[in-house]
Ligand binder design. Sequence first.
Ligand SMILES: Cc1cc2nc3c(=O)[nH]c(=O)nc-3n(C[C@H](O)[C@H](O)[C@H](O)COP(=O)(O)OP(=O)(O)OC[C@H]3O[C@@H](n4cnc5c(N)ncnc54)[C@H](O)[C@@H]3O)c2cc1C
Length: 473
Amino acid sequence: MASNNDVAALLEEVPFKNYPPWVVQKLRPQAVDLIRRVHKWVENECIPAEPILKAQLAQGKSRWVTPPLIYELRKKAKAQGLFNIFLPNHFKESPGLTNLEYSCCAELMGRVYWAAQTMNCHAPDTGNMELLAKYCSEEQKQKWLKPLMDGEAFSAYSMTEPDVASSDATNISCRLTLDKSTNEYVINGRKLYGNVLWNDEVKFHILMACSDPGNPNPWRRHTMIIVPRDTPGHRQVRNLSIMGYDHAPDGHGEYIYENARVPAENVIWGEGRAFDIAQGRLGPGRIHHCMRLVGQAERAYEFALLRCMDERKKPRGRLIGSFDSNIERIAQMRLEIDSMKLVVMNAADTMDIRGNKAGRYVIAQSKIMVPEKLAAVIDDCMQMYGGQGLTQHTPLPEMWTYARFVRLADGPDAAHRHQVGRDQLKAAKKENLVSKYEGYRDRERDLRKLWKMEGLDDEFDWEYIPLASSSKL
Ligand SMILES: Cc1cc2nc3c(=O)[nH]c(=O)nc-3n(C[C@H](O)[C@H](O)[C@H](O)COP(=O)(O)OP(=O)(O)OC[C@H]3O[C@@H](n4cnc5c(N)ncnc54)[C@H](O)[C@@H]3O)c2cc1C
């Protein structure tokens, strides 16, 4: 742990001055070095290149071809040791960052929507790499995991379906049937989302499908299987635009499987294990979006500050930032961003100290609060920027869209709330809240005796618990 003097010195330096002291105190020297380099990378290589990427996408022969800038940046990032820095400690290639240390890096990446991709730290490949590393055989790892880690292939995670409520994955109905005569699985169904197959860098989908619908145990009915691109019978119908954005060159596809055939050896960890695998995927990757969203909000906030100081924009002859209402709005936005940063960093730190399972509540807390609050902050930034804030003159509308979609992309926030609420009620039962209140009542009885107030008027009595023993004084 760094000394208070070292922490104080770091807190004077960008980007550390944006973090709370308790976070900076926990950063080890190798993390400090990496955070500095990620900061430099995003500021020098990504932010100034935003218009170039847009232009390359517009000028390319298709929007689904990855522009040359991204290839160039990936090569450079790899050479500088900035590749795969999300990897948890059990990978030999891992830089060994804690979740808390990585949250500082991810926030910086978040300042540009696509910066994480230049460092091979983007969704869904980060979650897929963890999944493949954890549950695949050695042969499968060589074939599917290695190209992802080398940044030579992309993948998709394909669970959601248009015809069922997919937030409850026991509903997933795409069928997977083993043809024993050829030792192949036959797939039939419809899927939504997952990076587009039109981009030929996407080499496979990790598909969740129903292999045993009659199994009395609903948690054993589903299987995960790797579907290589160009599998006959697997077809992309269209790209799904998100609030009008196509998110090229990665996109979100809608897919049909019509008697698509995949070798049985592509099953991950065995038939019926999809829910075990999905549980294992519930790791730190689940809050990477939130970490990056803090970075998006920081950037949106800078746009609002710029507008406040813009000499060209003076309603009633005054700078926008000179109106009291805007000064208050700036303060409120700062408070919201800082409080969401604390929520995310607390989740990361809790996972470091107590593990992913014990971090269940703080992960849900991040996923519920961060996208909703930061979407409101970005919305305010757009408003302060004026009409241009809603146009392609700024990245603000895309940032708002990102915040908005995170409320659904890893499961709807309502489902996380439902889980938190149920857990809270269960905990209240387990910790025996009722008997705690019966204890207060007993103690009250003693105190009444002490104060000779046994005959206290009902008017002063609490009715907070149904007393099993009806022991009214
Ligand atoms: C930009 C984006 C990217 C995505 N990427 C992927 C991807 O890569 N792979 C993939 O498989 N999917 C992806 N998804 C899909 C996403 O995971 C699903 O949309 C999500 O899980 C919800 O499933 P559903 O759409 O079927 O909604 P449903 O399950 O039908 O839920 C609809 C609504 O019902 C309510 N609801 C659901 N459960 C509860 C509950 N427990 N309590 C109270 N209310 C509830 C909520 O309001 C919820 O929004 C992506 C989505 C978006 C928007």
